[in-house]
Design a protein around this ligand. Structure first.
Ligand code: PEP
Ligand code: MG
Length: 583
């Protein structure tokens, strides 16, 4: 076997896969360059028009093939390609070159596309820079059609193959995932927001992109191990490395199998206590996976991710489109959209951000929004406009006291009045809730519960602020203990306050998806848990196999210990007794 080579790229779609490489020939279509006789120019323009119609028809056919349910995203990409084909500037420029410079259509198409690509090169926005490759795909299709080559030939990918390419067109990526045979994607170009990444994530196919020069180094048939979370690709791995990958894969497959079995079942304890299991998302394309894993709604949509890869904030319309897409994809299921939690570690990459000595305690989340009202208002208006498209709830992050909640609420009300004065249709009344993630909010939960319609406990921050440990700092990571008695008491205090006031209480921090803590959290009285899609099935399985009575007994005993280590040890023992043989 050849020597092991490893590549580090961008982990664009999580998951682990091992398979034989299927290298897609990424060689460029050679463009013939021919000088025409002036008298042939008209006929050449006709040839160009015919190629446009043919390309358009091919894209339309592809769209029809793909236009079912979750593939809708792909259909939109193909529609964008069709729009590029019909772009008046493009048509006029190619025609002009054919007529004035008397060059053949292939050459003219390439020249105009090259110019367009240069314009995209200078854009700061990553998303738009990525669209450069879309121009390339459209140009390739046109040139191939002009030359009478075969386009959209069905690639016979062997089951489980790792598809390796310099770049993959969105059309090819969509067709390939639809076959259900692709084990993973590995490409030299692309990044988190490229369409291959979007398509791969939406279908749970692991992908590592942006590898630079992997496609040349990998031969069809090589064994390739892909870790889509870490962005790691191993070519011809050693037996030991393979064993590790296979073990991770085995665990993931077992979890998936479980997911399929439990997706439709309610999360209810054997003594009839019903809780809701929701999903956390950063991007809309995570929704199909969430639904497949049985999420009943979205408990946390981290909207700041709309910001992070761009130089300028999204416009109200961009916010609106993003929320509309999520609400429509979720139908009647509740969708909790959290207003921007910028600041702390979540700082837009291209924006000059005021350096703070202590960003976690600085101008973050609701504090930032209340000081940047235009930004806040654009988001609130978009949320209210989007509310007609589904079952929306709005949530404010990092509220530390009543005044912040009141101020944020009154801004929302002001936006509502403004919109209704403008005659904009608004949906049903939107419940407004808060993240409880500061100790101050926890201790006045009874008062906050009078003015908020729901709580969601953000344990990532609640632990950070309560135990005084920076969640980014590795040196103090050992102190990050969800089972610290102070955290359990605080969560108990929050759920009690919510219950007294009659409002639902959820948890959306990482702790909610940790299946070793499910019994403890059930007993603490959560109504809803929100987590990443892959965690839902295991948590549901546990909930369905225990009673609230035993969960409460376990919690009472656990809280008699004093240190986090003792509580953890006790809870782990109890969980092992019950679930040691589960996947
Ligand atoms: C939390 O703090 O627990 C939370 C869910 O929010 P984030 O991780 O986005 O700060
Ligand atoms: Mg938080």
């Amino acid at each position: 076997m050849s020597a092991t080579v490893s590549f580090q790229g961008i982990g664009a779609s999580p998951g682990v896969a091992v398979g034989h490489a299927f290298v897609i020939d990424a060689r460029k279509v050679r463009t013939p360059k021919v000088k025409l006789k002036p008298t042939d120019a008209e006929a050449e323009v006709m040839r160009f028009r015919t190629a446009i119609s043919l390309s358009d028809k091919q894209l339309e056919d592809l769209k029809t093939k793909l236009s079912t349910g979750a593939e809708n995203e792909h259909a939109l990409i193909l529609e964008a390609h069709r729009m590029m084909l019909h772009d008046p500037m493009f048509l006029v420029e190619v025609t002009r070159l054919i007529k004035e410079e008397t060059i053949n259509a292939e050459w003219a198409v390439r020249r105009v596309c090259r110019r367009l690509r240069h314009q995209f090169d200078n854009l700061e926005d990553e998303y738009f820079r990525e669209r450069k490759s879309d121009i390339e795909f459209v140009a390739d299709r046109l040139v191939r059609n002009l030359m009478g080559e075969v386009v959209d030939q069905e690639l016979e990918v062997p089951v489980g193959a790792v598809v390796v390419a310099h770049d993959i067109s969105p059309a090819d990526a969509a067709m390939l995932v639809k076959t259900g045979k692709v084990g993973a994607f590995v490409t030299d170009l692309g990044g988190h927001t490229s369409h291959t990444a979007i398509v791969a994530r939406a279908r749970d196919v692991p992908a590592v992109l942006g590898l630079g020069n992997a496609a040349e180094a990998i031969r069809s048939g090589d064994v390739v191990a892909v870790d889509g979370r870490r962005g790691l690709v191993l070519v011809n791995p050693t037996e030991a490395q393979l064993a590790l990958f296979r073990e991770t894969m085995r665990r993931q497959l077992a979890t998936e199998a479980l997911a399929l079995k439990t997706a439709e079942l309610p999360s209810v304890t054997i003594d009839g206590v019903r809780v809701r299991l929701n999903g956390n998302i950063e991007f809309a394309d995570e929704i199909p996976s969430l639904l497949a894993h049985g999420a009943e709604g979205i408990g946390l949509y981290r909207t700041e991710f709309l910001f992070l890869d761009r130089p300028a904030p999204p416009t109200e319309e961009e916010h609106y489109q993003a929320y509309k897409a999520v609400l429509e994809a979720m139908g009647e299921r509740p969708v909790t959209i959290r207003t921007l939690d910028l600041g702390g570690d979540k700082v837009p990459s291209n924006k000059k951000w005021e350096k703070e000595t202590n960003p976690a305690l600085g101008l973050r989340a609701i504090r930032y929004c209340l000081q940047h009202r235009d930004l806040f208002r654009a988001q609130l208006r978009a949320l209210l406009r989007a509310s007609v498209h589904g079952n929306l709830k709005v949530m404010f992050p990092m509220v530390s006291g009543i005044s912040e909640l009141r101020e944020a609420r009154s801004e929302l009300e002001a936006c509502r009045s403004e919109l209704s004065r403008q005659g904009v249709p608004l949906g049903r009344r939107v419940p407004v809730g808060i993240m409880v993630e500061t100790p101050s909010a926890a201790w006045i939960a009874d008062r906050l519960a009078q003015e908020a319609e729901f709580f969601s406990i953000g344990t990532n921050d609640l632990i950070q602020y309560s135990l005084a440990i920076d969640r980014q700092n590795r040196d103090v990571a050992y102190l990050y203990r969800p089972m610290h008695l102070s955290i359990l008491r605080m969560v108990q205090h929050i759920t009690d306050a919510a219950k007294k006031a009659g409002i639902p209480v959820s948890m959306c921090g990482e702790m909610a998806g940790d299946s070793s803590l499910t019994l403890v959290l059930l007993a603490l009285g959560l109504d809803e848990f929100s987590m990443t899609s892959g965690q839902i099935p295991v948590v549901k399985r546990i909930i369905r196999s225990v009673s609230m009575t035993e969960a409460k007994e376990l919690l009472t005993k656990a809280m008699q210990f004093s240190t986090a280590e003792e509580i953890e040890r006790f809870v782990k023992n109890e969980m092992d007794k019950r679930f040691a043989n589960e996947a």
